[in-house]
Write a protein of this length. Structure first.
Length: 256
């Protein structure tokens, strides 16, 4: 692939991202996006993504920096770079995406989709690299919720920002997921959130109830196998810990 320059690189990035959109949309609807598994077979989209060098991306960002008042350029390149970072697991591309999307917001990009684009990029960065950015993502989601107060998916995203804090804010996350389910009882991201929050709180009986609800909502939900496995592992570990504690207590009683 010949070096792509200036405006053409923006279109190359945007075109490259079209192939990612289905998987991105699915993961985005869950409020989380998994990082690529190391050493997994490289598919066509990943090979194509590798054709864009760091230098080519830097040239596109430099053009955006040279036109800081061009809101459409900041917006379009920022979104394309975010999608690119998701596919290639590139922290540099994600950081550049946030910088451009934040600049777009600062110079007037304040539509709902602009706020969501910046919030989603901050969420990914917060989940993967800098937890402090989760609070900023949450603030932006809440601004959108002021415009769309009954949007269950957005309410669930707020819950995920709490869940990925370190340490996780389980009570706050659970409240948000419950609120999302009150608005839409089959919202899958919220159901998933309730499951992991309740597992973290070792409330395995209620977590199992929501596993059943998720399967009823969509038996093909791709997270179901991992959630079932997580539930079983954590439940068994909790049972073993309680059994060990009970045995230790009994031994202490006998030695007194």
């Amino acid at each position: 692939m010949r070096a792509v320059k200036g405006k053409n690189l923006l279109f190359a990035l945007a075109g490259l991202c079209v192939g990612f959109l289905i998987g991105f949309a699915l993961a985005n609807s869950l409020g989380v996006r998994p990082r690529p598994v190391p050493d997994q077979p490289v598919g066509p989209a990943t090979r194509d993504a590798g054709l864009l060098s760091r230098e080519e991306i830097e040239r596109a960002v430099a053009r955006a920096d040279a036109e800081p008042d061009n809101v459409e350029l900041q917006r379009s390149l920022g979104r394309a770079l975010h999608l690119y970072s998701v596919e290639t697991n590139s922290p540099e591309a994600l950081a550049a995406a946030i910088r451009l999307l934040r600049r777009a917001h600062d110079i007037g990009a304040d539509q709902t989709d602009d706020l969501l684009a910046l919030a989603n990029a901050l969420f990914d960065s917060g989940r993967l690299y800098d937890r402090a950015q989760l609070a900023e993502a949450r603030s932006l989601y809440q601004r959108v919720l002021a415009r769309k107060p009954n949007d269950a998916e957005l309410i669930a995203r707020v819950g995920w920002t709490f869940y990925f804090e370190r340490p996780p804010k389980i009570a706050e996350a659970e409240r948000a997921f419950r609120s999302a389910l009150e608005a839409a009882p089959t919202q899958e991201s919220a159901l998933q959130g309730m499951i992991v929050a309740l597992i973290a709180a070792e409330d395995f009986e209620r977590a199992q109830k929501y596993l059943t609800e998720l399967e009823r909502a969509n038996r093909l939900n791709p997270a179901l196998p991992d959630l079932r496995a997580l539930w079983e592992v954590r439940r068994n570990r909790s049972a073993e810990r309680r059994a060990t504690a009970s045995l230790d207590s009994a031994n202490d009683t006998r030695t007194r």
